[in-house]
Design a protein around this ligand. Structure first.
Ligand code: DON
Length: 596
């Protein structure tokens, strides 16, 4: 647990506050007035030549190898996307979708949306029984749970627009890892084991992911020849191989036989979008993140803008005062998220209003100094549905191109179904929609009409692939899986670095808190809140509960780009200026940072 957290409340202006003139900061720093005593965290990996951080070490290596061959960050991101589909099957995928936030060394920032779409035959009430009650399992397991996958077109679009190497080069590692197999580590096996019961229900899944009917053990080799054939077809013919012909036909036939809706027309009609990322500023930094159909960027920016009005650094990491402010910011922002946001192709997202100074002031005015605001006092709306698992990766190349990518099949192993011999899991992203406005989903979350199911609509997401810039140059690249927790995870890491000057690894590993408006509980990971902090917060009216650690399911993958300016680098907790730091979350035992 990070320890420089101690409440320096006697220090009026922390050296890292951007308001402090650089010289004053330097003097304070030199005097050691606020010099952080860093926690006993492992050092982040350091490099001057590029960095790849993912939740599975072989995928990180595949990305680093592409950088070594002269590929750029987008090339590496495509290679990692395909490699994770092989080596991290819970979450990496061909059968899901996601988002990529990109900063190019030219200064261009862009965002690729390859979120799944609801099948054309989908209906708003498709997960309700004849009494109008949600049928829980149908939106989670089986072919009916699947949206039209976006990953292959998303990766291809990124490669075509911004990559430099041929598809066959970028896919070679994934094909090799699938065809020859790879040796499973304890971390890999732990992730696989979560699927054992579901794997047993489907012979074509059991044949791949169980070893003679039993869960795989560390040291054994996982070979996926069917997936290798699918990857080879994509490598040869690009997205056509996935969205037309054998693969789409096989998925459609399996869906038809199993009560699903996906058809070949759904595959043929699938499209991705490219737009500007969502922007906001925080204490002199520019935050680029995911716009709708992700709620991530809007919610993150709403929280950051509220928190900018308070001296979090001075108040201290997870002191009752800073937890109070962060929780109130979370409560209000998630209320807005859950009430107003949805696929921009279908609903008007009031982003300008939610991120206006007026709305920020409104929220601050509602935060009482020492009192929790009951969520029931905020006018109603309804919330969004999430759970485990997804995966994020961050990449920076030597030229300063940056990719922050999060993609998902939603639940662990998605809908837990593989169509015929295609070798990849289909997502259960239909569960991210509102099954019934106002009704809590299986994870206790409540959703709104803006996120109701409609044919061709993309479900609202929480994925928050984010890049933080200072003076137009990247300083931080990050994102996380974790369903509704994703956005507060990204918030906490940014605050840990900008306000608390933690090192990158400390910031990523530090225990986290989470509030999502409903349920009205403040959840803390083990060691996130001391007993007397819990007591103070309880006296303020908070209902404090444990936040169950989700391991890989909530593991962030981050890169720090230390500014060349020594003072700026120190203020962000980077030990040395002008280098890259890579931190794979200690929660992800199979993850790693790698450099070329
Ligand atoms: O798009 C979303 O927000 C969810 N499908 C993400 C699910 C997730 O992160 C699960 N991970 N632990």
């Amino acid at each position: 647990m990070p320890s420089r957290i101690a409440n320096h409340s006697c220090i009026a202006v922390p050296a890292h506050a951007p308001a402090a003139p650089a010289l004053a900061a330097l003097v304070l720093w030199a005097l050691g007035a606020t010099a952080p005593a860093h926690a006993a965290a492992p050092a982040a990996l350091e490099s001057a030549d590029g960095m790849v951080v993912t939740a599975q070490h072989l995928a990180s290596e595949a990305g680093a190898a592409i950088l070594r061959q002269g590929g750029n960050a987008v090339d590496a991101a495509v290679a990692v996307g395909y490699a994770l589909a092989v080596t991290h099957p819970c979450c990496g995928n061909l059968g899901g979708g996601g988002f990529m936030t990109i900063h190019l060394s030219s200064g261009k920032n862009t965002f690729i949306n390859f979120r799944e779409k609801a099948p054309l035959a989908a209906r708003a009430d498709m997960f309700l029984d004849s009494h109008g009650s949600p049928i829980g399992d149908k939106s989670v397991n089986g072919f009916l749970a699947a949206g039209v996958p976006g990953t292959v077109l998303g990766l291809e679009t990124a490669r075509r627009e911004y990559g430099t190497l041929p598809r066959s080069t970028l896919m070679a590692a994934a094909i090799r890892l699938a065809q020859d197999g790879f040796i499973l580590t304890r971390g890999d096996v732990d992730a696989l084991e979560a699927g054992t019961t579901e794997f047993r229900k489907r012979p074509n899944v059991a044949a791949i992911f169980l070893h003679q009917g039993a869960p795989y053990k560390p040291g054994e080799r996982l070979v996926q020849t069917q997936l290798a054939a699918t990857l080879r077809a994509i490598s040869a013919d690009g997205e056509k191989a996935f969205y037309q012909g054998h693969i789409a036909d096989t998925v459609a036939a399996a869906a038809r036989a199993d009560g699903g809706l996906l058809t070949t027309q759904d595959f043929a009609a699938y499209s991705v979008t490219e737009s500007a990322p969502l922007y906001c500023s925080y204490r002199g930094y520019t935050v680029l993140s995911a716009p709708p159909p992700s709620s991530g960027g809007v919610t993150l920016c709403e929280m950051l803008q509220v928190l900018e009005g308070y001296p979090l650094g001075t108040l201290g990491f997870h002191s009752s005062a800073s937890v109070h402010l962060m929780t109130e910011a979370m409560r209000h922002a998630y209320r807005d998220r859950n009430t107003y946001l949805g696929d921009p192709a279908f609903v008007d997202n009031p982003i300008e209003r939610l991120l206006s100074k007026h709305h920020t002031d409104e929220i601050r005015a509602l935060i009482q100094p020492h009192r929790a605001t009951p969520s029931s006092a905020l006018d109603t709306g309804t919330a969004a549905a999430e759970k485990a698992t997804t995966t994020h990766y961050s990449i920076v190349d030597v030229r300063g191109n940056v990719v922050s990518a999060t993609y998902t099949i939603n639940d662990d192993f998605g809908a837990k179904v593989i169509a015929g011999n295609t070798g990849f899991f289909l997502n259960d992203e239909m569960d991210d929609f509102t099954a019934k406005p106002g009704a809590a989903n299986m994870f206790g979350l409540v959703q709104g009409k803006a996120n109701a199911i409609a044919p061709g609509k993309r479900p609202l997401s929480s994925m928050t692939p984010t890049i933080v810039l200072k003076d137009g140059k990247p300083v931080l690249v990050l994102g996380s899986p974790g369903g509704a927790r994703i956005i507060t995870t990204v918030l906490e890491i940014i605050v840990n670095i900008i306000d608390h000057s933690m090192t990158l690894q400390e910031a990523v590993d530090a225990p986290r808190i989470h509030h999502q408006w409903l349920p009205d509980t403040l959840a803390g990971e083990p060691y996130a809140l001391s007993a007397d902090t819990v007591r103070s917060l309880t006296e303020m009216g908070y209902h404090v509960v444990p936040l169950e650690p989700w391991g890989t399911g909530n593991a962030a993958e981050a890169i720090g780009v230390a500014p060349a300016d020594w003072v700026q680098a120190k203020a962000l907790g980077f030990p040395r200026p002008g280098v890259l730091y890579g931190a794979s979350d200690s929660r992800a035992p199979a993850g790693s940072a790698a450099h070329p």
